[in-house]
Design a protein around this ligand. Structure first.
Ligand code: FAD
Ligand code: PHB
Length: 393
């Protein structure tokens, strides 16, 4: 079957769903194709940290009712090195900006609901297999649903299909350069029915490796441990995980991790990935399809939403005024923020992960970098403003 719309969107992650709402608000028709089921995307555990910019956009789109009730606003973050802890106060250093902790799967539930209620078609279990004719004015997405092949004809295709999607590889190979950095460690992440032992996140360097204490609510903790790249989950009993978290998160006081039933456990590799062009012809790509950052800066979801804010504005300008300028500068406009986030995420990763023997030259450099945050308001401000998210860049 052949159908048509103005904008064909591949992927119902944060990027695709936010674009659907921005286009709907402007009266521009679109269709979102998602190869997983609704239940699957609404329950996929991922990020949890929303920058002020992201929350501001969700407020503007009227999709933040539950986020405002259930999200946890944090006005500072704790950084720890060998048990020594520093608090970075956002209020004081960023002029009152803050972050909100709210799980990505909750964001997805809110965005799916709003898209469907506002009449944006989201086709679940619709697998995009090819993107064609991007060099013409009527590009097409070929997709399969219920074992049938369909063609979606549109004015523009937007690839919001994540790192493993098909959109990036639908651009000609010579239209962009790739940059990849694989880190020699991974994260073992857990969700647990345990009252968080801290009100604000703790990022900790320990000679046994990095640990992060985050949370999802007053009853659910989210914690991570640095592990080897080839580590197997079966080597990590619940008891071993809690023991290790306790050791790595200990401080010079009496900090105790609260234990509880672990209901999710997963190992995620760490990678930085970039391409230097996010558009070819009538195909635009956004979010993880174009860039991956290691999660230490909490930037992945926020970058996806930031790309979409610019793309939606550019498309609305094109449809309303026939003006091509913003579409033409889309890549370059996004890349400034993305490179900044790449650098910050890489900086945070190297600051807190164990990558060299304890007591080596690299270890002392790492420790000196950490100490400097406590000694210099300028350095603390640099971290704070990158962490809460730069407003304009
Ligand atoms: P995605 O959320 O990946 O959405 C892409 C969508 O496209 C998916 O729903 C996918 O099913 C769909 N799709 C793919 N191919 C097709 C196709 N051919 N046809 C139709 N649909 C398709 N970030 C953090 O900041 N902190 C974290 O702790 C963190 N943890 C993460 C853990 C994991 C396992 C992963 C994978 C990512 C994590 N991230 C984290 C990153 C963050 O979740 C992403 O940056 C964010 O989801 C990007 O949103 P997106 O919309 O660009 O892509
Ligand atoms: C999370 O809560 O899952 C989280 C928070 C901060 C990060 C990464 C993950 O840097």
């Amino acid at each position: 079957m052949k159908i048509s719309t103005r904008i064909g969107i591949v992927g119902a992650g944060p990027a695709g769903l936010t674009l659907g709402l921005l286009l709907q608000r402007a009266g521009i028709d679109c269709i979102i194709l998602e190869h997983r089921s609704r239940e699957y995307v609404e329950n996929r555990t991922r990020a949890g940290l929303l920058e002020q910019n992201t929350v501001d956009l969700f407020n503007e789109l009227n999709v933040s009712g539950r986020l405002q009730r259930e999200g946890l606003q944090h006005h500072g973050v704790n950084l720890s090195f060998d048990g020594m802890r520093i608090r970075i106060p956002f209020d004081e250093l960023t002029g009152g900006r803050c972050i909100t902790i709210y799980g990505q799967q909750e964001v997805i539930k809110d965005l799916v609901k709003a898209n469907l209620e506002r009449g944006v078609p989201v086709y679940f279990e619709a697998d995009a297999t090819r993107i064609e004719d991007i060099g013409t004015n009527s590009p097409k997405i070929v997709y399969t649903q219920n074992n049938e092949t369909h063609v979606l004809e549109c004015d523009f295709v937007v690839g919001c299909d994540g790192y493993h999607g098909i959109s990036r590889s639908s651009m000609p190979k010579d239209s962009y350069s790739e940059f990849v950095k694989e880190y020699p460690f991974s994260w073992l992440g857990i969700l647990a029915n345990a009252t968080p032992a801290t009100d604000e996140l703790i990022y900790a360097y320990h000679e046994r490796g990095f640990a992060l204490h985050s949370l999802r609510s007053n009853k659910v903790s989210r914690l991570y441990l640095q592990v080897e790249n080839n580590e197997k989950l079966e080597n990590w009993s619940d008891e071993r995980i809690w023991d290790e978290l306790q050791i790595r998160l200990s401080d010079s006081g009496n900090f105790r991790v609260n234990r509880g039933e672990i209901f999710e456990k997963a190992i995620t590799p760490m990678r930085s990935f970039m391409i230097d062009n996010m558009q070819h012809g009538r195909l635009f790509i956004a979010g993880d399809a174009a860039h991956i950052v290691p999660p230490t800066g909490g930037k992945g979801l926020n970058l996806a939403v930031a790309d979409i804010r610019l793309l939606a504005e550019a498309m609305v300008t094109w449809f309303r005024k026939g003006n091509n300028d913003l579409l033409g500068s889309y890549s370059q406009d996004c890349l400034r923020r993305i490179w900044r986030a790449q650098d910050f995420s890489n900086f945070m990763t190297y600051l807190f992960h164990k990558q060299a023997p304890h007591g080596s030259f690299e270890y002392y450099l790492q420790r000196s970098r950490f100490n400097y945050i406590g000694q210099s308001k300028a350095q603390a401000t640099t971290i704070a403003e990158n962490y809460v998210g730069l407003k304009d860049i």
